[in-house]
Design a protein around this ligand. Structure first.
Ligand SMILES: Nc1nc2c(ncn2[C@@H]2O[C@H](COP(=O)(O)OP(=O)(O)OP(=O)(O)O)[C@@H](O)[C@H]2O)c(=O)[nH]1
Ligand SMILES: [Mg+2]
Length: 222
């Protein structure tokens, strides 16, 4: 995808604020401070559209970034596993994310962002298992590769895959927001999921489709 325009749309606290224009959505999940917002900035060639910080827990809501006016959204989740977040806040986060992931029809792909330097955390594993269980289209993106020597990438990739339980057919991309590693590969993957959704037949559960009017493809507005 060629990114011409990227805009911040909304910092949503719940479903009422999610956009209702039915554009495909690519969500980013990962622990706090792992580099989710930086990854978005790298993908869209912007220094700081998605707010990044060395202080963990910066992204508190679901931040929507729209690409090319009518192409897709990146949805930046609040990071999990941030120690200073209260129990109540954590429960609220869990419910919001779980509801989004299980009910959002326009969700096309989840990027599970992990840190290539370290083995996955228990939260990373939980999120991976959860996404697998619900059979959501996913790609594990192992970022911050620039922080380890290239000669050790393969070893780290192997450990990450093994400990998460990534299978040979699963999507896995080593990445670096700092040097741009993996950017083209990730866009190629995203394009596949986002563009294929444009050819899907609309949900016809309750509606009868008139053969003459069935030219319109893709999600319909509620
Ligand atoms: N060297 C290097 N630093 C990175 C990379 N990605 C992110 N960082 C740094 O890691 C820190 C956290 O990055 P963010 O993108 O804000 O992380 P986040 O996952 O959005 O964090 P929350 O919003 O708190 O959940 C920042 O200081 C970034 O500059 C990378 O690929 N390489
Ligand atoms: Mg962030």
């Amino acid at each position: 995808m060629k990114v011409n325009i990227a805009e911040f749309i909304i910092s949503a606290v719940g479903p009422d604020q999610y956009p209702d224009d039915a554009l495909p959505e690519v969500a980013l999940a990962g622990r706090s401070n792992v580099g989710k917002s930086s990854l978005i900035n790298r993908m869209i060639n912007r220094k700081n559209l998605a707010r990044t910080s060395s202080t963990p827990g910066k992204t508190q809501h679901m931040n929507y970034y729209r690409i090319n006016e009518d192409s897709m959204y990146f949805v930046d989740f609040p990071g999990y596993g941030y120690a200073k977040v209260s129990k109540t806040q954590r429960a609220t986060w869990g419910k919001m994310v779980e509801k989004y992931l299980s009910e959002r029809d326009t969700l096309k792909l989840v990027l599970l962002i992990v840190d290539l330097r370290h083995p996955p955390t228990s939260n990373d594993k939980m999120m991976f298992d959860w996404l697998k269980h619900y059979d959501l289209p996913m790609c594990v993106v192992a970022t911050k590769a620039d922080k380890i020597p290239k000669t050790r990438w393969q070893k780290h990739i192997k450990i990450m895959k093994q400990e998460l339980g990534v299978l040979s057919g699963d999507n896995f991309i080593p990445f670096s927001s700092e040097i741009g590693l993996g950017k083209e590969e990730l866009w190629g993957l995203i394009d596949g999921y986002v563009l294929s959704s444009e050819n899907e037949t609309p949900d016809t559960e309750d509606a009868e489709i008139d053969a003459n009017e069935s030219q319109q493809v893709g999600p319909t507005e509620a």
